[in-house]
Design a protein around this ligand. Structure first.
Ligand SMILES: [Zn+2]
Length: 314
């Protein structure tokens, strides 16, 4: 069951949703057609305050005004935890920390050098996303002294009984991590559990995707038995373990189809048609408006390429 969001198509206003008494989902409405309900930032409040991801540069003004509407000064943000440093999750962090002047940035060790010097990350974003990257906005550097390297099973104590456990969950990216609020049984999965559009699951597997690592990460998240599973794209849902198992099955199904189709020399468009025949959940594409459809088509193309380039050990 969706805890929020199903059927909501956005409006002029930034939306935020209470997930638990200490957790809110903030809907970053980007000034990009088709991206009204696609990027979620999570806000935890104990005695201390932590944001999980901040979105790209073009979303930062919206993020700051949402926080202000909640009566929170940017200076009250103690931590920004980055699930990974892809541009749609972390591209705006260098700008955000100028306002969030007390915030430490927690990220995977592999993310550190790219946060300090984002030139390679920006080039890779342009290559993978093209115009979408330009609309997200450029990536500004983060000063070294603001970064804290997150390690596996690290515990972030926010006070008032709120603790976030960090799990390194590579696959979608080598620098991916997930957060678990054990007391409330809420998993913030970033993109390690795929992408969920209006309740429909699809792989988020852009190159260089690592299938074996992703499967291992999903298995690990299943062992946490999260009651609620929160996707960066987009929203929180009940029955975490079941949703994680379904994602694993979908990854394997798609890998099988894409691997044999690639070996048979099929084009991207032909592979998408094959996937639509064998995974009817892709029927959600027919429910999207034109801009959302264009977004999904571009991102599905990336996911197909990522799965085509990954290797499954037998
Ligand atoms: Zn993403």
């Amino acid at each position: 069951m969706a805890l929020c969001c199903r059927g909501y198509k956005g409006g002029g206003k930034i939306e935020e949703y209470a997930i638990t008494s200490t957790l809110r989902l903030l809907n970053l409405e980007l000034p990009i057609p088709g991206f009204k309900q696609f990027i979620g930032v999570y806000l935890f409040r104990g005695e201390k305050t932590a944001l999980v991801d901040v979105g790209p540069k073009s979303a930062i003004p919206h993020l700051l005004s949402t926080i202000a509407e909640l009566g929170i000064s940017p200076k009250e943000i103690d931590y920004i935890v980055l699930t990974h440093i892809h541009i749609d999750h972390a591209g705006g962090v260098g700008i955000a920390i100028k306002e969030m002047s007390n915030a430490k940035v927690l990220a995977h060790s592999r993310a550190r050098s790219h946060l300090i010097d984002p030139a390679v990350l920006w080039e890779a974003s342009l290559k993978t996303l093209g115009d979408i990257a330009i609309n997200y906005g450029s990536i500004e550097p983060v000063p070294e002294d603001r970064i804290v390297v997150a390690t596996d099973q690290m515990q972030l104590e926010l006070g008032n009984g709120l603790t976030l456990e960090i799990y390194l969950t590579p696959g979608h990216a080598t620098h991916h991590l997930s957060l678990f609020d054990r007391a409330n049984s809420v998993l913030i999965a970033g993109e390690a559990a795929g992408v969920c559009i209006d309740g429909v699951l699809r792989p988020g597997t852009p190159p260089p995707f690592r299938l074996e690592d992703a499967l291992t990460s999903v298995d690990r998240l299943i062992t946490l038995k999260p009651q609620k599973l929160c996707y960066a794209h987009f929203g929180c849902y009940d029955n975490g373990p079941e949703r994680l198992k379904r994602y694993k099955e979908q990854l394997l199904l798609w890998y099988g189809i894409i691997d044999s189709a690639t070996n048979a020399g099929k084009s991207l468009a032909e592979i998408l048609l094959l996937l639509r025949e064998k995974d009817r959940s892709l029927d959600y594409l027919d429910t999207l408006d034109r801009d959302e459809y264009a977004r999904e088509l571009a991102l599905l193309g990336n996911s197909i390429q990522g799965l085509a380039g990954s290797v499954r050990k037998s």
